[in-house]
Each structure stands twice: as structure tokens, then as C-alpha cells.
Design a protein around this ligand. Structure first.
Ligand code: F6P
Length: 329
């Protein structure tokens, strides 16, 4: 009977627990022995794993976070750490591994598969920046959190006729800002992929005012940098607020949503997506060549090679930005 390990790695995402539950239950259904690895690659290096049966993953489908815990392991980036991981896999006689995580975590899965470990990757990251998959676990839940927050902020923005600058997650990817901004009716959306100057941002706020809008919501991805300022370490959202306040006729307020977006109960969409990813990951261990990354193509789950990670991610669609601009004014 095959022995399959599962780990969650990198930033957590709502729905990771639903994926663990699906992997374990679909695995035992096929007669596999399933093992949960604690704290991602850090736990793998330490050989920190326990057997998981169906009861061990009960009552978690609705829980945010990850019952296996997670880590951003620096050690696994070193060759010593990687060798220790291979040793632990051998010592525990694992026949395969399922890695649930974002870009960096799936790169780790690719490395293991290239070093003889049958490994399957499941995309999970609220950033939705994984090349080859149109959707990752956690994105829908995070978007719903963002939209709920924007709805609340709009109430007070209208009452006080203010410009609210709302920073959302996404160091390198503007997906949450773009889709959260569209769904939340933001007047201005600022992405890391498309730099805009502070002067143009101010002009857009004033243009909105001249159309009779007395309030505005600016959704800013944390990785956005204004094109007319020097690269800096501080928050661009704060710099935008300062710039708007200096105009004299705009009063701004700043809200940073931060890790609120990573927690909370997964939406139905994320629970379903996670369950389907888990099933497909287990199915691929029954195939001839089990090393692959699972991808969601808008309809179903398809295995794709890990080399898809080398391609640019196309999930941020600039046409959506144009649409968001039209429908917000
Ligand atoms: O997991 C992705 C992400 O949420 C990014 O959007 C964000 O920049 C980063 O993780 C924050 O990471 P940490 O929780 O390690 O500070």
C-alpha cells in the first residue's frame, strides 16, 4: 500500500483544510496510507509527520488556516535542507508527496519531483499568481472578505465625503486588488503590474469629484509603487493618502486590510475547489507519471507539468481594469 505525505507551505489560505481533508479521504478511499507533515518543508526536513485517517480530518472543512500548520522554510532553499528532506522521505518510506501552497511551495514540489520523489502540487494562495491555473484555493474567500470590508468602508466614505485608500494583499500580484476593486465598486484600482503616478491618481480623484462624486475608494495592492516616486520601503498607500491630503480639497483615510484577508472560513467555492483538487491529486498517483501540478482551467482540474511555473501568470487581465473604471463612474 502506497504511503503518501501531504503538507501545506507558504502563506496560509482559506480552504487549505478542505484540501487536506479531501486528499486524506480520497487517498484512504484508494487504499493509500496517508501522512500529514507538520509546518510545510520545515517539518519535512525534520521528518515531523503523523499518520492521518479519515477521523483525523473531521470537522475541518469550514475552518480557515491549516491544521498541518505552515512555514516559509528558508532551510529548504539550501542544498543541505533539500538533502535532509530527501533523507526524511526515504526514512519514512514515503512513496509520494502532495504539496499544497503558492508559487514558491510549488517550486519546491518541482525540485522534489526532479529528484526522484513523485510529487503533486495543489495551488493555494490568496494572491492567485500561480502560472497555469486560473484559480487557486483561498482566492475566492479572500475576495469575499475584501468586498465585505469595502462595503463597510463605502458607508463611512459616503457619510464623510472622504477618499478612502484601502491597501490589500499582493506583493507582486494585483489580482486581489483588481477583482476585489471591481466587485467592491472601487473608483480607482492600483496594481503592482501597472504603475501610475501620484499626480495621475490625484487627477482621477478630482475627476470623480467633478462628476459629482463626493467620496472615492482607492484599492491599492501592497506591491503597487507610484511611477513618480523613488522606490521606497514604506507603504505606497500611505504615500497616496499624504499626497491627496496635501491637495487641500480632498480628505483621505487609510485602511490596511492585511492578514484579515488570509483568515476566516472558506467560501463554498473554495471548499468545492479544494475538494476537487484533492481528488485529482490522489488520482494522479494512480497514473503512470504522478509528478504534476494540478490546475483549474475554469471548468475542471487538469494536471499540467511543473514547467508551467516558468511561464508568466496571466490571471491579471488589464481589460478588467478598464471595465472597473467604466462601471465605477
Ligand atoms: O500568501 C501571499 C501573501 O498573503 C501576500 O499577499 C503577502 O504579501 C504575503 O503573503 C505576506 O506574507 P507573511 O504572512 O509571511 O507576512
Amino acid at each position: 500500500m502506497a504511503r503518501i505525505g501531504v503538507l501545506t507551505s507558504g502563506g496560509d489560505a482559506p480552504g487549505m483544510n478542505a484540501a487536506i481533508r479531501s486528499v486524506v479521504r480520497c487517498g484512504t478511499h484508494r487504499g493509500f496510507n496517508m501522512f500529514g507533515i507538520d509546518r510545510g518543508y520545515a517539518g519535512l526536513i525534520d521528518g515531523d509527520m503523523v499518520a492521518l485517517d479519515n477521523r483525523a480530518v473531521g470537522g475541518i472543512i469550514e475552518r480557515g488556516g491549516t491544521m498541518l500548520r505552515t512555514a516559509r522554510s528558508q532551510e529548504f532553499r539550501t542544498s543541505d535542507g533539500q538533502q535532509r528532506a530527501l533523507t526524511a522521505i526515504r526514512d519514512h518510506a514515503l512513496d509520494g508527496l502532495i504539496v499544497i501552497g503558492g508559487n514558491g511551495s510549488l517550486r519546491g514540489a518541482q525540485w522534489l519531483s526532479e529528484h526522484g520523489v513523485p510529487t503533486v502540487g495543489i495551488p493555494a494562495s490568496i494572491d492567485n499568481d500561480i502560472p497555469g491555473s486560473s484559480m487557486a484555493i483561498g482566492v475566492d474567500s479572500a475576495l469575499n472578505t475584501v468586498v465585505e470590508c469595502l462595503d463597510r468602508i463605502r458607508d463611512t466614505a459616503i457619510s464623510h465625503q472622504r477618499a478612502f485608500v484601502v491597501e490589500v494583499m499582493g506583493r507582486e500580484s494585483g489580482y486581489i486588488a483588481l477583482m476585489g476593486g471591481l466587485a467592491g465598486g472601487a473608483e480607482i484600482i492600483l496594481l503592482p503590474e501597472l504603475p501610475v503616478s501620484l499626480a495621475d491618481i490625484a487627477r482621477s480623484v478630482r475627476d470623480g469629484n467633478s462628476l459629482g462624486k463626493r467620496h472615492s475608494i482607492l484599492v491599492v495592492a501592497e506591491g503597487f509603487r507610484p511611477s513618480d516616486t523613488l522606490p521606497h520601503l514604506g507603504s505606497s498607500a500611505r504615500a497616496i493618502c499624504n499626497h491627496l491630503d496635501a491637495l487641500g480639497d480632498v480628505e483621505s483615510r487609510l485602511t490596511i486590510l492585511g492578514h484579515l484577508q488570509r483568515g476566516g472560513s472558506p467560501t463554498a467555492f473554495d471548499r468545492i475547489l479544494a475538494s476537487r483538487f484533492g481528488e485529482a491529486a490522489i488520482q494522479s498517483f494512480a497514473s503512470v507519471a504522478p509528478s504534476a501540478m494540478m490546475s483549474y482551467d475554469g471548468q475542471g482540474i487538469v494536471p499540467i507539468p511543473f514547467t508551467a511555473l516558468d511561464e508568466p501568470c496571466t490571471n491579471v487581465n488589464p481589460n478588467i481594469l478598464k471595465l472597473a473604471d467604466i462601471v465605477a463612474h
